[in-house]
Design a protein around this ligand. Structure first.
Ligand code: 13P
Length: 351
């Protein structure tokens, strides 16, 4: 089991984090059309290759989560995408769930699918160079309203998603890869930070109960949770210190010590919020966990915008402008893993 324990540590060693570039084609199409770019296979590859060949990769990005389409593509220099990522000293990973689907037993909630045929797909992904994987479960919060609405997440959704995450993690460790276990409590809603803390704690405790039952080596996983935040429509805002304190409190209450690292998702926070909150968590971190990032939108947003704006420019200018922004964001997030980020640094966009 040492092999996977080492991979887990290596991904987040030396202030590095994870670039989540595993958007499904449907999600990537939304992202590209938001900056006026057509979502063709070539455009998806060009944008992603631009990020994966940035200078910042070798200093700040320890792992990249890929989508099925991307792990099988080739870069313009003839290398496969996993080879390109490895050439920067980073580790290729792969999203293996097939998406969160409507839950038949609770139709306003989601259950993540993808266990059928997973053992065979894992063998294939390992051959293609993947050394870690991701599976995301989602939970929404709804408190009792004026009507007789059900409260979410239900016990059933919490238990079923935890069971599925554990079965996924067991298959991944069997295939000698590191499972990222991602139970995401969504920030949509009017709830306050206390409610997010209560629900996330319950969700995480159930996940670890199932992971233990399925005999998962906890030293060979990475946990990818949401930060503890008020709902995006909450009347009660929270400052970054409160967010950091509540996040640490939740993790101390629910995550076993053996877990080597926590890699947060950004979940709809702005780029700066995601950096600032991670910085504060690390400033007051009194746990043994390494706290890093596994951001999608919070690492790619400004780079994607620039890429779209430069679509008509010469390809090299487009590449350099995009990479400059991606390098900067990666550096800022890397600094926040050791609480060395300051707001003034946002003015210097050269990594
Ligand atoms: P965000 O950081 O955009 O939330 O994406 C991370 C991720 O991988 C979600 O599954």
């Amino acid at each position: 089991m040492n092999e996977i324990e080492n991979i887990a540590k290596q991904i987040i060693a030396n202030g590095k984090g994870i670039l989540a570039a595993d958007e499904s084609t449907v999600t990537m199409t939304k992202r590209l059309s938001s900056v006026g770019v057509e979502s063709t296979e070539k455009n998806r590859l060009r944008f992603r290759e631009t990020l994966f060949s940035s200078e910042g990769m070798s200093s700040y990005i320890g792992g990249v989560i890929l989508y099925d389409e991307t792990i099988k593509q080739k870069a313009s220099n003839g290398k496969t995408i996993p080879e390109l990522i490895k050439s920067f000293g980073s580790i290729p990973g792969i999203k293996v769930d097939t998406g969160a689907k409507v839950f038949a037993s609770s139709s306003e909630e989601k259950i993540t699918e993808g266990l059928d045929g997973l053992r065979e797909r894992l063998t294939e992904y390992h051959k293609l160079g993947a050394r870690f994987t991701k599976w995301r479960a989602v939970y929404n919060i709804r408190e009792i309203g004026a009507s007789q609405h059900e409260v979410y997440p239900t016990e059933l959704a919490i238990k079923s998603n935890a069971h599925t995450l554990a079965r996924y993690a067991a298959l991944v460790q069997e295939a000698k890869m590191v499972p990222i276990v991602e139970p995401e409590v969504l920030m949509d809603g009017v709830h306050d930070i206390k409610k997010c803390h209560e629900v996330t704690t319950k969700v995480l405790k159930e996940c670890f109960k199932e992971l233990k039952l399925h005999k998962i080596n906890l030293k060979g996983i990475l946990l990818k949770p949401n930060m503890i935040l008020p709902g995006n429509k909450s009347k009660n805002k929270s400052n970054t210190n409160e967010i950091a304190k509540m996040t640490l409190k939740c993790l101390k209450e629910s995550v076993p010590n053996e877990v080597p690292g926590i890699v947060f998702l950004s979940g709809g926070q702005t780029e700066i919020e995601a950096t600032e909150n991670l910085n504060e968590i690390n400033r007051i971190n009194d746990t043994n966990f390494l706290m890093s990032f596994s951001y999608g939108r919070a690492l790619q947003q400004s780079a994607l915008k620039s890429w779209g704006q430069n679509m008509k420019n010469n390809a090299n200018t487009q590449k350099l402008n995009t990479q400059r922004l991606f390098n900067h964001r990666s550096k800022m997030n890397s600094l926040s893993t050791s609480a060395k980020w300051y707001p003034q640094m946002e003015k210097q966009t050269n990594a």
